[in-house]
Ligand binder design. Sequence first.
Ligand SMILES: NC(=O)C1=CN([C@@H]2O[C@H](COP(=O)(O)OP(=O)(O)OC[C@H]3O[C@@H](n4cnc5c(N)ncnc54)[C@H](O)[C@@H]3O)[C@@H](O)[C@H]2O)C=CC1
Ligand SMILES: O=C(O)CCC(=O)C(=O)O
Length: 392
Amino acid sequence: MYKIQTLNKIATKGLDIFPRDKYEIASEFSNPDAILVRSAKMHDMPMGDRLLAIARAGAGTNNIPVEKCTERGIVVFNTPGANANSVKELVIAGLLISSRKIIRSIEWVRSIADRGDEIPALVEKEKSKFAGPELKGKTLGIIGLGAIGVMVANAAIALEMDVVGYDPYISVEAAWGLSSKVRRAGTLEKLIREADYISLHVPLTDDTRGLLNYEKFKLMKKGVKILNFARGGLVNNQDILKAIEEGLVDRYVTDFPDETLLKCEQVIPIPHLGASTPEAEENCAVMAVKQLRDFLEKGNIRNSVNFPNCEMDISGNTRLVIANKNIPDMVRKITAVLGESNINISDMLNKHRNSIAYNIIDVDGDIPDTLMHRLRQIEGVIMVRCIKPENN
Ligand SMILES: NC(=O)C1=CN([C@@H]2O[C@H](COP(=O)(O)OP(=O)(O)OC[C@H]3O[C@@H](n4cnc5c(N)ncnc54)[C@H](O)[C@@H]3O)[C@@H](O)[C@H]2O)C=CC1
Ligand SMILES: O=C(O)CCC(=O)C(=O)O
């Protein structure tokens, strides 16, 4: 039985894909084979010695100690694109609520609930206080043109906005999906200088932390509106509060509020709702569980953030999966150990990504424990697992 620990609520539609005769699922396991997680912070969590994989039902993996996992041969998955539409729709709402004073106006209307027959006249009298500009014709700058950024860009084009995007690492797939009307900014500064609205869609990493700071706010058009549905750490909160106070920034819509931000009226706080739709929750859960099953039962890797994609049809009756340091001579050493034990390899695949390499080796016959031990002893080998496909 595989033990799967869930650290957040994962949609039932996904969990139902685990056959219950092979999988136990609980939130309380102390030493699971795999973990399913959404936003739970895992950096200070102990990781048991059985742990093979962590699947993030979502996009961002900054809540997972990815480097530590790589060192231990633990594969970390995410679900690219599975919640992108959900975020895109909330970004559209963000554009509207940063522009038209919808939220304040609703609060005001509620506050006059005790004014009886006067209400219709009061509404007409006071409505000019809540006027705000249209989106059409305004420039939206999008930082990060991945799954979400591309969808936001295309939706904004449909709203007749002028869209400029910045992403020095844009994938070919994303570029194919992007409307030809989206203009390319060669530098972040260029985008920042010309946008009326700026929306962030990059991961939080050491390189992107504090991407928007006071220096950048000073370059922006006065009265710019900033939307952050990516991660709180991308924006320096002290700096944006200062920029708001000085009139440089008009509104900050953020899915990542904290105590300091809540004190400012021009911050529009949202409780991390970007991916909170039943559709996104189900898409992410289904994708995460399918990837996890394929890995646990067949050793295949698809959509990992720390391991290479590596998938092979099963050809033997025993499958070995081996993670090793990406250093010379590893394949020879591994196959030599198998050859010395007279094990015939029926098929094999070796892929690498940065410092790590991953092998799928299908063999005829069984692999005794002594041989597993010898493989684990090879210097540079990080993880060895033997899978019997007929048991899965
Ligand atoms: N609010 C919410 O509930 C959600 C938030 N997110 C956040 O949004 C982020 C983006 O999500 P996806 O679009 O699905 O990811 P993605 O991986 O498809 O796209 C990220 C894009 O950012 C680009 N990028 C990386 N560093 C950059 C830089 N320094 N400057 C410009 N571009 C850069 C990459 O090339 C890539 O195209 C996630 O990492 C996550 O933190 C994602 C889903 C839900
Ligand atoms: O699971 C969630 O609600 C958060 C989604 C998210 O932030 C992500 O996918 O990066």
